[in-house]
Design a protein around this ligand. Structure first.
Ligand SMILES: Nc1nc2c(c(=O)[nH]1)N[C@H]1C(S)=C(S)[C@@H](COP(=O)(O)O)O[C@H]1N2
Ligand SMILES: [Mo]
Length: 231
């Protein structure tokens, strides 16, 4: 990664944190005084086991999607970042691997009632690619689009959290195709449907718009510690 890109990321991140920091800290996953659930606390002070969830072993991690499994070789994978931003961009897998890499240990909570705890994810913060794209001042949300036709929306105060990653490896191995490889989004602070497998496009938006499951009745916010599942 050259110095120019490094500087653009640093400047972009500082600007986004100045714009969204307060809203990020006010979200329920960071500031819920009485979160529901049990067990020790996660890195954000929330109970490890949100209400209504059953913990599965890592080896039993279910595969859940619309039923079509895109077959995308890493060399063919592209991520388009466009919409309400100053500097739309397209990243290849090699370019993604050149950006600053993060290791995040996080839990994965599916709205259908299962959780996998302490998965070791590796990838690039969404914040990093959004910093490069420079969201316009009016930009408030994004739609993550995927190669299977799936989509899911996120407010930027959720998308910018430091453990929201474009994941390419889990537990030391490349992300399996069935779990969204070569690259998916993971949103540990929200139910797992907010993380698009086989992510292909991040569309910045100046207003909220619902994605695939949000249109069909899932909650538009999806906070596990508020049992925030439907509508
Ligand atoms: N592209 C895509 N991403 C998706 C989905 C999908 O159908 N297509 N399903 C979502 C839902 S509902 C869940 S619970 C998780 C499941 O991820 P997993 O199959 O790795 O467990 O992926 C989310 N991301
Ligand atoms: Mo799901």
């Amino acid at each position: 990664m050259n110095d120019d890109i490094r500087r653009r990321i640093e400047e972009g991140v500082a600007e986004l944190r100045a714009r969204f920091g307060e809203r990020m800290r006010a979200t329920p996953s960071l500031s819920d005084a009485a979160p529901q659930g049990d067990g020790p606390r996660n890195r954000h002070g929330m109970p490890k086991e949100p209400p209504g969830q059953n913990v599965f072993e890592k080896a039993e991690w279910p595969v859940l999607d619309l039923g079509e499994t895109p077959d995308i070789a890493p060399e063919r994978w592209r991520l388009v970042v466009d919409g309400a931003c100053e500097a739309p961009l397209t990243l290849s897998f090699a370019e993604l691997m050149e950006l600053p890499q993060e290791a995040v240990e996080a839990d994965f909570h599916c709205v259908t009632g299962w959780s996998i705890l302490d998965l070791a994810f590796r990838g690039v913060r969404l914040e990093t690619v959004l910093a490069l794209a420079r969201p316009l001042a009016e930009s408030t949300h994004l739609m993550a689009h995927a190669s299977d036709g799936y989509s899911t929306n996120l407010p930027l105060e959720e998308a910018l959290k430091p453990d929201v990653l474009l994941v390419h490896a889990v537990e030391g191995a490349p992300l399996a195709r069935a779990h969204g490889g070569p690259v998916r989004v993971v949103t540990p602070q929200l139910y797992a449907w907010k993380g698009a497998k086989w992510v292909s496009r991040l569309e910045l938006m100046t207003h909220d718009q619902r994605g695939y499951w949000e249109i069909r009745g899932y909650s538009n916010t999806g906070y596990p510690w508020r049992d925030d599942r439907m509508w």
